[in-house]
Design a protein around this ligand. Structure first.
Ligand code: MG
Ligand code: MG
Length: 251
């Protein structure tokens, strides 16, 4: 069942989303060459708890940290640790925060220092595909209109769209129905309704779309070890159009 949130619940979703947006703003400044991914995780957890929220990912199915940090060929679910960020890396930072029982979920990919043009382009197109998907999140559209909008933004570039993982409903649970794939046939799937909250999250690879999971049981990497980018927002579908719950603009 796909849960429709009430106006009061949407206010709580917005408050949780704001905490996540603040964390990602903070980390955009802090992620520099020489910094460990564990340091970033600590900054995030401290900020989340300062706001009276909980790091949603910590302990989720046994995940050991507050953030997923995925560098270069890592697609998603990277575990923060001793790895030091280097000039030329691209790093995906995925953050979840639970406030007053409701969850915000958002991810960005950051360039560390001077990054190759082909990686900058991959990041730009991935982020653009997220906003294409959000633009299609309109009452009366169908679910896969979002998927198709994401796909059609990426495909001209020949990148691999990850299929093994996708977006999802979000609310009191991190992963609610429906699944939101990053590829699909327009005008298919359930009709979008006001009050639905979705995490839309294209994961896009320079090469093959295929992925593997490392022996830590979490870190997902590209099968060809070429780079991957990831952007995500939690959004609410409303009668007035999509609202980005994890918007960083204006913070
Ligand atoms: Mg996420
Ligand atoms: Mg998500």
């Amino acid at each position: 069942m796909i849960v429709r949130k009430t106006t009061r619940e949407l206010d709580k979703m917005r408050a949780a989303g704001r905490v996540v947006a603040e964390v990602l703003m903070l980390l955009s400044d802090a992620a520099k060459p020489g910094v460990t991914t564990r340091h970033l995780d600590g900054l995030a957890e401290r900020h989340i708890r300062t706001r009276g929220a909980m790091p949603t990912f910590k302990g989720y199915r046994g995940f050991p940290a507050s953030l997923c940090i995925s560098v270069n060929e890592q697609v998603v679910h990277g575990i923060p640790g001793d790895r030091t960020l280097k000039d030329g890396d691209i790093v995906s930072i995925d953050c979840g925060a639970t406030l007053d029982g409701y969850i915000g979920d958002s991810a960005i990919t950051l360039a560390i220092g001077e990054v190759k043009p082909e990686l900058r382009e991959l990041m730009r197109v991935t982020e653009a595909s997220l906003y294409s998907g959000i633009s299609a999140a309109l009452v009366g559209n169908r679910l896969h209109d979002i998927s198709a909008a994401v796909q059609s933004t990426i495909e001209p570039y020949g990148y691999g769209i990850v299929r093994d993982y996708c977006g999802h409903g979000v609310g009191r649970q991190l992963h609610e129905e429906p699944q939101v794939p990053n590829y699909g046939v327009p005008d298919t799937g359930p009709r979008l309704k006001s009050g639905w909250c979705l995490a839309i999250e294209p994961m896009v690879n320079l090469g093959t779309h295929q992925t593997e999971t490392l022996s830590d049981g979490w870190t997902v990497v590209t099968a060809d070890r070429r780079a991957s980018a990831h952007f995500e927002h939690s959004i609410a579908i409303t009668d007035d159009g999509p609202v980005i719950l994890t918007d960083r603009r204006g913070l």
